[in-house]
Design a protein around this ligand. Sequence first.
Ligand code: DP6
Length: 326
Amino acid sequence: MPKMFASARAHTNIALIKYWGKKDQKLILPYTDSLSLTLNEFYTTTSVQFDEQLTHDEFSINAEPVSEHNQQKLAHFMDLIRNQRQFNLFAHVNSVNHVPISAGLASSSSAFAALAAAASKAAELNLSATELSRLARRGSGSATRSIFGGLVEWHKGHDDKTSFASPIDEQVDFGLEMIAILIDTSVKKVSSRSGMQNVVATSPYYPAWQEVVKNDMVAMKAAILKKDINLIGQIAEENAMRMHALTLSAQPSFTYFNAASLTAMDMIHDLRSNGINCYYTLDAGPNVKVIYHHQDREVILAALSEQFGHNNLVVSQPGPGIQYLK
Ligand code: DP6
């Protein structure tokens, strides 16, 4: 019996062009392409040990047992590995998150990317990076992109084989940086999974959103080629606001913003009118992420820390793709 153990680390990514809506719930095929930046500050480390003695998978996250809901979701993901490998072994799976969970800081992106990497390696599946990206996608859409470092594109594709991510710029050497403003790190009220389902089913603007993303993808890739941080930030901010307009136009309507998110957005506008180039994006939670050139970091931090406190501001640089440990 071989060792059947592996450990992997994946970093979270923040979408600059958002994924918001599934064409296929089971395979997690999105309606649109999307584009993200992998961050070095937030990551998940997961180890997987298959064990003949086990009669079910045993999961822990940050050394705590997982909820019934997560147990099912994770065991279902492990079934994909068992099917591909054509064996019936269960595993001990231990995950440590260096990310506030479910606070719109994209913990599911690093979690499922790390699990896909560790589990497939422990099962000796020998997947290519593309195959790994497709596998991670089955756990959570945004995890598709966390296989790669830097700026990454998820091609929506039309079936399981054609929907995967690829890197656009893995080095990102032009000063792009992000500050995460930790406004509220408790569990979000509307999961992205159910939020996007509601939007697809009820927002009259959903067809327009698909057009928005098509144009934004082209414009964003051109801005990246030019290494133009202002243009990148501008497109990302507009794209994020249009995504959040979908939640406001759903039935029932909802929003991930809270009062502090609006304060942060106002402050970014103020900084901008004072000549500091910075932009914001928000995901399925109230935390605001600021996009800027690293030369402006100190001015932005000084302004934001008056309102939010220095300890609630996390500076992050572009981060790497999947890493195997040990
Ligand atoms: C707003 O990947 O968490 O962060 O596929 O249902 O697991 P599921 O959703 P998830 O949604 C991410 C939404 C987003 C935008 C993005 O990351 O592209």
